[in-house]
Design a protein around this ligand. Sequence first.
Ligand SMILES: Cc1ncc(C[n+]2csc(CCOP(=O)(O)OP(=O)(O)O)c2C)c(N)n1
Length: 323
Amino acid sequence: MDERKERELYFWLRLIREFEDRVSALDKQGKVQGGVYSGKGQEAVTVGVCHDLRADDWVFPLHRDLGAFLVKGADPGRLMAQILGKRDGFAKGKDSFLHGGDFSHGIFGATSMLGATLPVAVGSAYKFKVRKEDRVAIAFFGEGASSRGDVHEAMNFAGVHKLPVVFVCENNFYAYSTPNELQFAVEDVASRAQGYGFKGEVCSGNDLHAVMKAAGKAIHRARGGEGPTFLECKTYRYHGHSEHDRATYRTEEELVTWESRDPVERWETYLGKRKYDIASIKTETTERVRKIVDDALAFAEGSPLPEGPEAMEDLYATPVTEG
Ligand SMILES: Cc1ncc(C[n+]2csc(CCOP(=O)(O)OP(=O)(O)O)c2C)c(N)n1
């Protein structure tokens, strides 16, 4: 990997972290519409999976994945406007972060019904296959969502038809307060892949190198017509399930242990070992990401709230016409 790429990856990690922190602060100020589900601590997953995707690939993020929006190319100002419920947001101020997709960048957005995006991701992968296009769909989901019936249906269909989809399970050990041992009776959720007839892989979701390697292989397989992969990334969310959750179901020691495996600091250590001037890289990157987030917030705060009659617009879907 060349230095430019290594620094770009660092930029993405830091931009997501800055964005997450700012959104959490804005939530405390009562400026956010809807819930805030911080993905702080899980940044290496979205960066490692999305950094090398093509513009015409599609991602189906989960509620904790604002990072996937940023890395896939969504405009930070529009993303912030979405979070503040403003008219320039993807949903034109009609909804919270949860239900805003950016179709112009191949981002479907999340849904409240956990797991419900997986059949949609598989449907788009089916379309790619029918049209003989070498495009890929990435379906993110949590280990809690993995217990849903439609997740099983999506994976089974994808396996039968060898579809170009990568199922990325962000296993952060808790589905709200439910720990893994009460969620499934296997050690790795990825082991289920065998039952669907495709490959399952487990990697550390806090190690950007590991995610990039595993995701790179899975994307390559999908693009080359070799079918789906179930990629389980073991990671951890630092915040509660949402900002109102104090996460009393886990210990301080557990949190600190995971913080010591921080994905951003890990990449900084790597850059330092490559003998780059890490102090100046950190300073430059801090300035750069702060400015992007400041500008995004200024744009979002300047964006109007929708007017009443707009509530009646866009009630019915128009067919997606992207190529
Ligand atoms: C079908 C469904 N069941 C329950 C909920 C309520 N709920 C929202 S997020 C969440 C936890 C999800 O855990 P997981 O899928 O592991 O993702 P994580 O939040 O850990 O990233 C729950 C139970 C929901 N939104 N949809």
